[in-house]
Write a protein that binds this ligand. Structure first.
Ligand code: PHE
Length: 469
């Protein structure tokens, strides 16, 4: 089996695919409102701390696990965990941990995709609406337009199914012709459109209030509100790091399993992190917020989950050329979401290919049907409840981001740090590397600090969650 496995076609393709995996709706849709809701600039302190202590070490761990698994023909994290725990624990205990991680990751992927593909559908639908001027008519508020969009299955379900069908098509073509080819088109476009939008955002003048300049909007976001910082916001910061880097999902490992056995890991993984953080903090942080602020003031920033789909269209309809900038914005979101969804989709296909020996094309069709099934509740929620509150979706998103991913990350650090062990882990991590990870980093960070910080976060935030309800 291992001989027939595909590899990445080129370094550029690998990096763009990995960046596409990490850069997603998390960067453009989730990050801005997480910052706004968790203390503005104060959020950035736990955010960067989590990047250094959790994000980067776990990124190395996941790339290493993946390339190691790939050597044995395995692309799923359950199998990798088994392989890495086996020597210390023996076959049956390792199999139990492997199965546990496998099931956890499968549940997370399912949960995430029960709303993630939905939002990708909205971004596609809204790109289309932008181009045809679908929310330009000021007779209805953009909140009403959004409510009627998600409550109208003719629109929302159609675009959702189109997005899923495109995904199935991309995935049926395999690693090089599918994943890599789409990343090579979509990622550069994302950066180009992102830059155009930043320039537009930062050169806007407010027609409403001369005080609402885009720079003030950035300032509003970045000035720390220290009193809003607590364990919950620290967990939210850690959760955002996991979410945005695609950690704790098995999908980094899956992509890394297509690496050649002596291809560099540390530098490539660090590059991916850098590309993602650039797209999150710079693009994700400096487009939506200043645009919303210039036209709508502080209220615009605080519009939470609806920032992308309600506050911004409201601005696009007032802005010269708004139809095009609107289309650019939603296309950026679409490209970001799509290339991440490809990674999650491929994870499920790898399970079917490797555990059930199904051909890739059949896998693509099965996952398509599975996504339709698990996505129906969120697809129909606004229609059935006749509201646009999306309570179910928001709750799912909180649980996934703040708990599930973090728990998987904890298990990974423990398995690699304590069961697989320093010698083997460093050998795998550093083989063929331009940069190398030191033994001190492994023994200090990966073995202790990373798992310990996750454990502390989980305990304290659960306590304050129970206390505050
Ligand atoms: N990292 C991607 C994002 O930011 C994809 C992802 C989504 C990863 C959900 C984990 C969970 O959107």
């Amino acid at each position: 089996m291992a001989e027939n496995r595909e590899n990445w076609g080129s370094k550029l393709g690998l990096i763009l695919a990995m960046a596409g995996n990490a850069i997603g709706l998390g960067n453009f849709w989730r990050f801005p409102y997480q910052v706004a809701e968790n203390g503005g600039g104060a959020f950035m302190l736990p955010y960067f701390a989590a990047l250094l202590v959790l994000g980067i070490p776990l990124m190395y761990v996941e790339w290493m696990q993946g390339r190691y698994g790939g050597k044995y023909g395995h692309g799923t994290v359950g199998c990798m965990t088994y392989l890495q725990a086996k020597e210390k624990l023996g076959h049956s205990s390792a199999a139990i941990i492997g199965a546990l991680v496998g099931m956890l990751v499968f549940s997370v992927t399912t949960l995430v995709n029960s709303y993630y593909t939905q939002i990708i559908g909205w971004t596609l639908g809204y790109s289309y609406l932008s181009l045809i001027g679908g929310y330009m008519d000021t007779a209805r508020s953009t909140g009403e337009v959004f409510a009627s969009y998600i409550q109208n299955p003719g629109m929302s379900i159609t675009f959702w199914v189109i997005a899923l069908a495109l995904l199935a098509f991309a995935l049926s073509r395999g690693v090089q012709k599918g994943i890599e080819a789409w990343a090579k088109i979509m990622m550069p476009l994302l950066y180009v459109l992102g830059f155009i939008l930043i320039i537009r955002a930062l050169t806007l003048g407010s027609p409403v209030n001369p005080d609402w300049s885009p720079i003030k909007g950035l300032d509003y976001l970045w000035s720390p509100k220290w009193n809003e910082l607590n364990w919950q916001s620290a967990l939210a910061a850690a959760g955002q790091i996991f979410f945005t880097l695609s950690l704790g999902m098995g999908i980094i490992q899956n992509y890394a399993s297509y690496l050649k056995p002596d291809e560099d890991i540390v530098l490539s993984a660090t590059t991916t992190v850098f590309l993602n953080e650039f797209a999150e903090v710079i693009l994700g942080g400096s487009i939506a917020i200043p645009i919303a602020f210039t036209f709508l003031g502080p209220e615009g920033i605080e519009s939470g989950v609806g920032l992308s789909f309600i506050a911004l269209p409201n601005v696009f309809r007032m802005m010269p050329g708004g139809q095009f900038f609107g289309a650019f914005w939603f296309l950026v979101l679409f490209f970001a979401g799509f290339t991440s969804a490809i990674a999650m989709y491929n994870y499920l296909i790898a399970m079917l290919e490797e555990d059930l020996n199904l051909p890739r094309k059949a896998g693509a069709v099965i996952v398509f049907s599975f996504y339709i099934l698990v996505g129906l509740p969120t697809a129909l929620e606004p229609y059935l409840t006749k509201t646009a509150e999306l309570v179910f979706l928001t709750e799912l998103d909180n649980w996934v981001g703040n708990y599930f991913l973090v728990v998987v990350g904890l298990i990974e650090a423990l398995v690699v740090g304590w069961l697989f062990g320093e010698k083997k882990a460093l050998e795998e991590l550093n083989r063929g590397g331009y940069w190398k990870v030191s033994s001190a980093f492994f023994n200090f960070m990966i073995k202790f600090i990373t798992p310990l910080s996750i454990a502390i976060l989980l305990v304290f935030s659960t306590r304050s969650y129970i206390k505050d309800g």
